[in-house]
Design a protein around this ligand. Structure first.
Ligand SMILES: Nc1ncnc2c1ncn2[C@@H]1O[C@H](COP(=O)(O)OP(=O)(O)OP(=O)(O)O)[C@@H](O)[C@H]1O
Ligand SMILES: [Mg+2]
Length: 336
């Protein structure tokens, strides 16, 4: 569109979200400080941080519900600081925001609730009924179409909120702790649903402080603490950076006599790059974990060393680090 001037398109157009030193202060309190990040189309971006870290504040700014005190961000190439009606309308058409707490209206059925939001997003009246059926099916609530919302369980309410978030087919989903209060089964179902949405081409930002929840599903991750983004990028890249320093290798060793266990421990500890060794709970004792500093070549050296020392090894596997470990390592200086 002629009137929508693109701000340095080469920088912004390639990303669904790009933030540049985004900041928010409440009075003199800096809730979000200099957040700079890029999220590519199709990413499932896990936004992780403890309570009060600034996740909701950041998401509300991206959703144009809260004005930044400083900095800039672009969603689908459109600036969140450009308050012209045309820009805001285009921007909000791109965004599906699911707040951490959704307002529920009394005496409204699921269908009426979605009809209300369909109208609010100017969906053509003749398209609404079909769309609502499709959305209810997607979130597995077809059976509750005519039920009152107040009678839904927490998990069902969350799924209804997700359906509402999808009603205008946004490119970006901003989901603020969508899994909070869900039972394990509902969490798995939500995860599957989000993966499905990602396959449908949506970019998803999902906040949580429960790391295991995000481990399996996120392609990218941002770790925020006390308003500062400590790391942001592909899960594999962040892991790679950490892994240059420390790796965990799990060993399987044929059962040995009890009196030889300390000898074995000594041999393992003397391995090149080995920083720590611990037996895992296994009966008989076969499983050990060693912490190794070094790259892949050094791991190879270590394996050779074990073989030379006649360690009766039958398993040598580097453990994938999970988000929990990334989080603990990245925030080490802050939490201790
Ligand atoms: N409207 C406001 N006025 C004053 N302070 C605020 C306001 N909104 C948020 N804050 C403060 O900003 C900080 C970040 O809050 P935010 O809600 O963004 O954290 P969060 O990471 O979403 O936490 P949680 O995991 O608990 O949801 C907190 O210290 C909070 O008290
Ligand atoms: Mg929050």
């Amino acid at each position: 569109m002629e009137t929508l001037e693109e701000t340095s398109p080469s920088q912004t157009a390639d990303y669904t979200v790009k933030a540049d030193h985004l900041s928010k202060t409440f009075g003199s309190f800096e809730a979000v400080r200099d957040v700079t990040l890029e999220i590519e189309p199709g990413a499932i971006y896990g936004f992780i941080g403890p309570n009060g870290a600034g996740k909701t504040t950041t998401m509300r700014m991206l959703a144009t519900l809260l004005e930044p005190s400083d900095g800039e961000a672009w969603v689908c190439g459109l600036s969140i600081n450009d308050h012209h009606q045309e820009n805001l309308a285009a921007l909000r058409a791109c965004i599906g925001y699911m707040p951490d707490f959704i307002g529920i209206y009394d005496k409204m059925t699921c269908r009426e609730y979605l009809e209300f939001f369909a109208a609010a997003y100017f969906i053509e009246p003749k398209r609404r009924a079909g769309l609502i059926n499709d959305l209810l099916e997607l979130v597995d609530l077809s059976a509750k179409k005519e039920s009152y919302i107040e009678g839904l369980s927490r998990g069902m309410t969350q799924r209804l909120a997700l359906a509402r978030t999808l009603i205008h087919d946004p490119k970006l989903l901003l989901l603020d702790e969508p899994a909070s209060g869900l039972d394990p089964r509902a969490r798995v179902e939500l995860r599957e649903l989000l993966k499905e949405l990602s396959r449908m081409g949506k970019t998803i930002i999902i906040s949580s402080h429960i790391l295991t929840e995000l481990t399996e599903m996120c392609s990218h991750v941002g770790i925020i603490e006390r308003g500062t983004l400590l790391a942001s990028g592909k899960v594999s890249d962040i892991l790679g950076k950490l892994n240059q320093h420390m790796r965990i290798v799990k060993l399987r060793i044929r059962p040995i006599k009890a009196e030889k266990v300390e000898v074995l421990r000594g041999i393992l500890l003397n391995g090149p790059g080995v920083k720590a060794v611990r037996p895992l709970d296994s009966q008989p004792l076969t499983d050990w974990e060693v912490q190794v500093e070094g790259n892949e070549a050094e791991l190879n050296q270590l394996l050779r060393y074990f073989v030379e020392k006649n360690v009766p090894l039958f398993g040598f596997a580097e453990q994938p680090t999970n988000l929990e470990e990334i989080f603990l390592q990245v925030t080490k200086g802050y939490v201790s």
